[in-house]
Design a protein around this ligand. Structure first.
Ligand SMILES: *Cc1c(COP(=O)(O)O)cnc(C)c1O
Length: 379
């Protein structure tokens, strides 16, 4: 058996251990320290956000953003349906109800038309949603101008789940810096990793300071332990932040490598009927192409389905994954109100994520190419 080709695996830059060693040597083995501060500065510089707070996970960042916006039990929060479950789970942590919105076909992200329909309908039913959580799947920016216009019109704060979109931009501005909050993730499979970690970014200094307060058990200023808020233990460790500082040195390269993967697949499928890629709709959009994703239309491929491709590649020890299954189709969220027209259901049926690691070798690309062409040449 040939060695496994992963969908997306960690890719160290080389200087991570230097920062980790520094933390160890200076005894900053704690959920605070110079690496945490340094990593936050790196994130601010890179994204252009004025403030960043490094946390234990992207999921923790989403949870805190909802707490900071005052979302409470019985409230409603609007979210993209076509996403990973970590976008929507924190809505239930605060006791609120997720209101799920379908995708549009250009970027596969939240449809601004369905969003407005949903807001109007929820208001008519007696509850104005407390927040909007939009996601940028596979690194592709969403239609942020339209989404912001709806959010502003109804005066509902927008949170951008940019967990998959660090390095992606719209009109030159980093994703995660348009709404009230941006969420980043440094989980093991993301474009850069700290093994596990996340961040909350915002232009609102007060809210970011409050996020640090809440993330460190909400300790009031007193010599004894004094608490007037419910707190969380969500701060990033100084060891983990050391990995993050090393990774930030190579983030630019990582984006270039992922974008080169996309170009490789684009060329590979150029002459294949019935396979289309998720692509930047126009030059306003800049994707980090975290995962290159395709749609397979069996009516144009001689009946070849995405599942056939996935299974063939699996036989060759090459990992692929169907597109994320929409939240309104998940048993756990089946009762949540959903506004849509079948777009994300169709994406789930026909879509496939291809191996997209920034550490993929030419040899691995050759194996992928051979395996994919085999599927199409058989018919
Ligand atoms: C990975 C991911 C998250 C969660 O981030 P963690 O750091 O793993 O908690 C949230 N939303 C999306 C879209 C993700 O891909």
């Amino acid at each position: 058996m040939q060695p496994k080709i992963w969908l997306s695996s960690p890719h160290m830059g080389g200087n991570e251990m230097k920062y980790v060693q520094e933390a160890y040597d200076t005894n900053w083995v704690a959920p605070l320290g110079p690496n945490v501060n340094g990593f936050e500065e790196d994130l601010q510089k890179y994204t252009g956000a004025f403030h960043a707070s490094a946390l234990s996970a992207g999921t923790a960042a989403i949870h805190l953003s909802l707490v900071l916006l005052g979302v409470k039990a019985g409230d409603e929060v609007i979210a993209s349906s076509f996403t990973f479950s970590a976008t929507v789970n924190p809505i239930t942590y605060v006791g609120a109800t997720p209101i799920l919105i379908d995708s549009e076909k250009d970027t596969w992200n939240m449809c601004p038309i369905q969003l407005e329909k949903a807001i109007q309908d929820r208001i008519a039913k007696g509850k104005k949603p407390k927040a909007i959580l939009c996601v940028y799947l596979y690194g592709m920016p969403g239609k942020i101008e339209e989404l912001m216009a709806v959010a502003n019109k109804y005066e509902i704060p927008l949170i951008e789940d940019a967990a998959e979109a660090l390095g992606s931009k719209y009109k030159g501005k980093s994703m995660g810096t348009f709404g009230k909050f941006g969420i980043l993730s440094f989980n093991g499979n993301k474009i850069i990793t700290t093994s596990g970690g996340g961040a909350l970014i915002s232009d609102d200094q007060e809210l970011i300071e409050k996020s640090r307060f809440l993330a460190t058990q909400a300790r009031d200023n007193a010599p004894h332990y004094q608490h007037s808020h419910v707190g969380y233990n969500y701060r990033m460790s100084n060891i983990v932040a050391g990995i993050g500082r090393g990774q930030m040195e190579v983030l630019g390269e990582r984006v270039a490598q992922r974008r080169a993967n996309f170009e490789f697949y684009k060329e590979l499928f150029a002459d294949v009927n019935g396979v289309t890629l998720l692509e930047e709709p126009n030059e306003d959009y800049y994707s980090n192409y975290w995962l290159t994703s395709i749609l397979v239309d069996p009516s144009k491929t001689n009946g070849i389905t995405r599942e056939e491709i996935r299974l063939e590649l699996e036989k060759e020890n090459i990992e692929c994954r169907p597109l994320w299954k929409p939240m309104h189709m998940q048993p756990v969220f089946a009762d949540c109100p959903f506004y849509g027209d079948g777009t994300s259901e169709k994406l789930f049926e026909d879509g496939l994520c291809l191996p997209s690691g920034s550490n993929m070798t030419d040899e691995e690309r050759d194996r992928i190419k051979t395996a994919i062409l085999n599927v199409f040449n058989k018919k």
